[in-house]
Design a protein around this ligand. Structure first.
Ligand code: SAH
Length: 213
């Protein structure tokens, strides 16, 4: 077996051992080559279970965290999904294999541009990459069946709660600082929202406004 094939096998083994058991999620993560989303110096480490630096001081999330968040989101092939925090585009690519349509937004134009290039190169047809402030969601495409936030806010942003369908699920990290954050699962019902705390996590902060070019 080639070294790369072996590393990819180890990657999937690690995902399973960290609690990713959903067959659709594992298959999606097997399809998306994380090496395509990590550039330069760190490309070598793409199949390790670690967050890695990308441009603009941001990070591509740890694969097991991507897996656990995706699993918690319970995405079906009929779903329209919104992701806040495109970053490298890796999470959006994973979602593309599970959902009908994925919209992803980031405040850094250089990141959305690079993510779009990789997504196009991979021939993924159902992801739309947008540059903008995800704190306001994406009003023109709302409502969404699923919303995934990959940057940490103090509380779930109100516009995102408003753009979630009844019966919809949102998964997001919340916390006061970048040290202590929890991954939260929000389910919208006819008459309100249910909140469940899933696990401690550490994400870069959700920052208001577009980034300076
Ligand atoms: N999901 C990404 C990792 C995201 S890192 C991946 O798979 O690689 C978090 C991202 O959230 C960063 O790229 C950052 O620019 C973005 N972000 C932070 N605040 C934001 C906001 N208000 N709107 C949109 N994106 C935001």
């Amino acid at each position: 077996m080639s070294d790369l094939a072996e590393r990819k096998m180890q990657f999937l083994f690690t995902l399973r051992s960290k609690g990713i058991s959903n067959a659709r999620v594992l298959a999606a993560m097997e399809k998306v080559d994380r090496g395509m989303f990590v550039r330069g110096h760190f490309a070598d480490r793409a199949y390790e279970d670690m967050p890695l630096p990308i441009a603009s001081g941001q990070t591509i999330s740890q694969p097991s965290v991507v897996g656990l968040m995706t699993q918690a989101l319970e995405v079906s092939e009929r779903d329209k999904v919104l992701e806040i925090g495109t970053g490298s585009g890796y999470q959006a690519a994973v979602l593309s294999h599970l959902a009908r349509r994925v919209y992803t937004i980031d405040r850094h134009r250089n990141l959305t541009r690079a993510a779009q290039e990789v997504i196009t190169a991979l021939g993924i047809p159902n992801v739309t990459v947008v540059t903008g402030d995800g704190c306001f969601g994406m009003e023109e495409q709302a409502p969404f069946d699923r919303i995934l936030v990959t940057a940490a806010a103090e509380d779930p942003p109100t516009p995102l709660l408003a753009q979630l369908k009844v019966g919809g699920i949102m998964v997001l990290p919340v916390g006061q600082s970048d040290q202590v954050q929890s991954l939260i699962k929000v389910v919208r019902h006819e008459d309100g929202f249910d909140y469940e705390e899933l696990m401690p996590v550490r994400f870069v902060p959700l920052v208001e406004g577009l980034a300076e070019p």
